[in-house]
Structure formats: C-alpha cells, structure tokens
Design a protein around this ligand. Structure first.
Ligand SMILES: Cc1cc2nc3c(=O)[nH]c(=O)nc-3n(C[C@H](O)[C@H](O)[C@H](O)COP(=O)(O)OP(=O)(O)OC[C@H]3O[C@@H](n4cnc5c(N)ncnc54)[C@H](O)[C@@H]3O)c2cc1C
Length: 384
C-alpha cells in the first residue's frame, strides 16, 4: 500500500523547523544575500536543533532522520528560511560531507567528526572540482602520493561551497592514475589547523550568495593514513554516493522556497488590479501558476520516491537524476515566471524573485549539470 501522508513525527518536525527558521533565519536575509554575508551565529542556532546533523545517527550526536524525513526537514527549511545561501550551506555540508563520513567512516572517524558536525561547532566543505575538471571529474589533476608518514597531497580545488568557513574538508585526489575514477581516486578528511593547506577568502558569485565559496591549495600537504575516508581507491564510489544523496535531498530546499513563493504570488495576483479587476482573473496569469503547481508537485513526488529508495537500500541513481532534472528545470521556469508576474516591481527593487532567479540558475549546475544527469539517465536506459 502506498501512503502519501506524513507521519506525526514528520508533521511536527516540519512545524518545528518552519517556526524556527521564520523567526531566526529569515529576518535580514535579503540584506545578507545582497552583502554575500554568512552569519555563523545562525549556523550555530541551526546547530542547537542539530539541523547540520539531521540525518546523523543519534549515537553520533545527530537527529537520526531517514532520507524521506530529511527531505521533509529540508523542504521546511526552504519554506521557512529566506536565507537561501545558509540553507544551501547546510545541505551541502550535510549531504556531500556528513553523509559520506557516516556511510564510509571508521568508528574512530565517526566518533571524532560527527558530533561537532551535527551540533553547529564545525562546518564541512567538499572539494572535488578543479579548473580543468568539472563535469569531467575523471580528469582531476590533484594527486596523493603514499609515503612513510602518510600521504603527500598536491593540487588546487575550486568552487568549494563553505570553503572559507570550513573546519573540515572532504577532498578527492588521484592515488593510482591508471585505475581511473573508480579505483584510482581516494577521499581524504582534512582539518583546518591540523594539516597545512591554503583556504582562500570567499569568491563573489551569482546565486545562493550567503553561502561562502572558495578555493583550496594543497602543496606537499602531509596527512596520516587515518585521514583516508574509506579504502584507498574508494573515492569515486564515495563521491558518487554523496552526489546521489545531494541530487535527491538538496532540491527539497527549493521545493520549500517555491511553495512559499507560490503562496505569495497567488496573493499578489489576487490583489494586484489591472483594468479594474485582479490580474489573477486573466487566464494568461492563472494558468501558468496552475502549471507551476503541477510541476512543483511532480518534482516533490520524484524527490520523495528517490528518497524512499535510499531508505529502502535500493539503487537510486536513476531516480536521483530524474528528480534533480525535474526539480531544477521546474525551479528555473518558476523563477522566470515569477519575474514576469511581479514585472517592473521585481525588476527594479531588491526583490525576493530576483534572489530566487539567481538561486535557480545554480541548481542546474551543481551536483551534476542537467546535461550530465541526462547522460546518466541515457546510460541507465541503455541508450549509450
Ligand atoms: C553554486 C555552486 C556550488 C558548487 N559547490 C561545489 C562544491 O562544494 N564542491 C565542488 O567540488 N564543486 C562545487 N561546484 C562545482 C560544480 O560541481 C561544477 O560547476 C559542475 O560540476 C560543472 O562543472 P563546470 O562548471 O566545470 O562545467 P563544465 O564541466 O566545463 O561544463 C560546461 C558545459 O558543458 C556541459 N558538459 C560537460 N560535459 C558534458 C558531457 N559529457 N555531455 C554533455 N554536456 C556536457 C555541461 O553540462 C555545461 O553545460 C559548485 C558549483 C556551483 C554553481
């Protein structure tokens, strides 16, 4: 039997996060977005609710949510918090860094890293992309060479969300070049202050602007064998697994943001007058909003189904790609139509619709571009 209702626990989780984020994270969010300012005290406030560790098992200091409940929680965060960059920081930390530690870390690593990553003390960044390898992660140049005291890391990673504020960095390096992505790459857990590497200041960017993005440079950085996450050569598999989680769960933030903005758009369309009647009375205005409702609901169902597969331990690669493509294309179309609806008002002022449009563009780029995700689908469909 398929049950589409939320459990009592999920309902109260949703209410708790919406109430917290509307009260604590939304005030001043548009100004912070404009200033590209990350407020660490807000991260710490999220930590009090253990939101940065929402899916970490309770024994390691988290809230112990499953994937479906994580989707519910992130959707509530996106709905309640207008600080979309902070929301994005939290989801990137959780899905691309905390998930791999929980799934592939040794008992020692889990006990050491997860409590502080869950309660707001530490922030994590994930470092895969390089100047000459984005979608083509197979072509990375960063390399780790094994020596008597551990591994020597050399390389340059960019586009790292949370980079400038991160305490922990999950970074990927080639360990055996001839073995390719699966087998030749390894994942390392580094700590600022413990290992010697350079972290840049934030770079300016187009969307999710309160999330700080930066670069890392590793120059003969020494890390002991205990810094290896999983086995040597397991980095490609670890990265792919974390990207499946990110493709499925991160978009829930945008579902929440769209749901909130749809409510506002409906209220605007009903009250804004043209020719003596509300603009909503024009089919040209009401039908696009009705279509957006259908698209958001379709993206939500694909997201929840994919999350259910994660919880059931079933292969979720194809579902993750479908959910992410549907969601990011809905998001971009939603944001464009919102600008059209608010018209000059959104174009001239510092308006939420502008923030949404900037955020929407990024969603079809990170955790696999829509083109790369369609390639993944084509492979699953045996088209290539
Ligand atoms: C907001 C944001 C946050 C990010 N956070 C992180 C992070 O925390 N850590 C990190 O490591 N990286 C991060 N990234 C980087 C992100 O993963 C890359 O931007 C992404 O992988 C695309 O790589 P690229 O920008 O080099 O584009 P390219 O790979 O150069 O692609 C350029 C264009 O070519 C297309 N293309 C490339 N290859 C193919 C192909 N085989 N078939 C069809 N089309 C193709 C792409 O779809 C794209 O349209 C982030 C990016 C953004 C925008």
């Amino acid at each position: 039997m398929i049950d589409f209702s939320l459990s009592k626990e999920q309902e109260s989780l949703r209410e708790e996060i919406i109430a917290f984020s509307e009260e604590t994270l939304t005030p001043g969010a548009l100004d912070r977005d404009k200033a590209q300012f990350f407020d660490r005290s807000l991260w710490e406030a999220c930590g009090q609710l253990k939101l940065p560790g929402m899916l970490v098992k309770k024994e390691y200091g988290g809230r112990g949510l499953d994937a479906v409940s994580t989707v519910v929680a992130l959707e509530a965060l996106g709905y309640g918090s207008a600080d979309s960059g902070l929301n994005f920081s939290l989801a990137a930390h959780l899905l691309a860094c905390v998930v791999p530690i929980q799934l592939f870390g040794s008992e020692e690593q889990k006990n050491y890293f997860l409590p502080a990553l869950s309660d707001g003390r530490w922030i994590a960044a994930n470092a895969m992309t390089e100047a000459s390898s984005g979608s083509d992660a197979f072509n990375m140049e960063a390399a780790a060479v094994k020596g008597p005291e551990g591994y020597i890391l050399n390389g340059h990673k960019n586009f790292c969300s949370n980079g400038p504020v991160a305490d922990v960095v999950l970074a990927y390096f080639t360990t055996t070049p001839g073995k390719g992505f699966f087998g030749g790459i390894s994942a390392f857990l580094l700590e600022k202050g413990k290992q010697d590497f350079f972290a840049s200041e934030k770079v300016e960017k187009f969307g999710v602007r309160t999330c700080q993005m930066g670069e890392f440079r590793f120059t003969d950085t020494l890390i002991g064998g205990q810094g290896l996450l999983g086995k040597e050569g397991a980095g490609g598999m670890i990265f792919n697994t974390s990207m499946e989680w990110e493709r499925i769960c991160l978009g829930a933030l945008h579902l929440g943001a769209m749901e909130k903005q749809l409510e506002k758009a409906i209220s605007f369309a009903r009250t804004r007058k043209s020719g003596g009647k509300s603009i909503a009375s024009n089919q040209a205005v009401s039908h696009p909003l009705a279509n957006l409702k259908i698209q958001i609901e379709s993206a939500r169902l694909l997201t929840l189904k994919a999350a259910w597969k994660l919880d059931a331990g079933k292969p979720a690669g194809m579902d993750a790609a479908m959910a992410k493509v549907q969601l990011s294309e809905t998001f971009r179309s939603f944001a464009t139509q919102l600008m059209q609806l608010y018209a000059g008002k959104a174009y001239r002022e510092e308006h939420e619709a502008q923030q949404l449009l900037r955020d929407a563009v990024g969603d079809s780029l990170y955790s696999g571009t829509t083109e790369v995700l369609r390639n993944i689908l084509a492979t699953h469909m045996r088209l290539k």
